[in-house]
Design a protein around this ligand. Sequence first.
Ligand code: GRF
Length: 194
Amino acid sequence: MKQRVAILISGRGSNMTALIEAAKASDYPAEIVLVVSNRPDAPGLALARAAGVATTVIDHAAFGDQREAFERALDDELRNCRIDLVCLAGFMRLLTPWFVARWSGRMLNIHPSLLPQFKGLDTHRRALEAGVKRHGATVHFVVPEMDSGPIVVQDSVAVQDGDTEATLAARVLELEHQIYPRALRAVAEGRTKF
Ligand code: GRF
């Protein structure tokens, strides 16, 4: 039985697309059954629909400061769809310990750095400023602390002379599109334990 996966997005959705493409393979151990966006205008929504994946918008703004009510709506949707695994892919909301605990060991995130380096935003700019020779991306299990949690897959690229934030970001993004499908496969096959 394939694992039933929901992808949570807030924007562009290129990692989402990489997961949808990978999951088309008949031997892939997971199927993408749902894409949820917390923003109605996320460009990734149209990409998901074009790929034939069901989409839902749960607009966090509609819940005001009721963070838990937003998460309860999200959790209800995931349970209604009998979701086994959740992949955060450019999902720009911090999740409460309550939600993280509910999906503990069953929720992944991708972050554009070699964690534990450069948690948070603007990772490519900060990597260039720090003068690191290698930079990369990490897929990890989600724990209450942001951009932390057991690492599933991590890989790196060389920082090149003359790299700008944009060129480095593009090289890392290509890497992200390779490692997220690998990480989801490993977790769906039960090869990586939380
Ligand atoms: C990616 O760089 C991801 O690592 C970060 O946000 C970006 C999302 O891009 N968390 P996309 O929406 O997957 O294109």
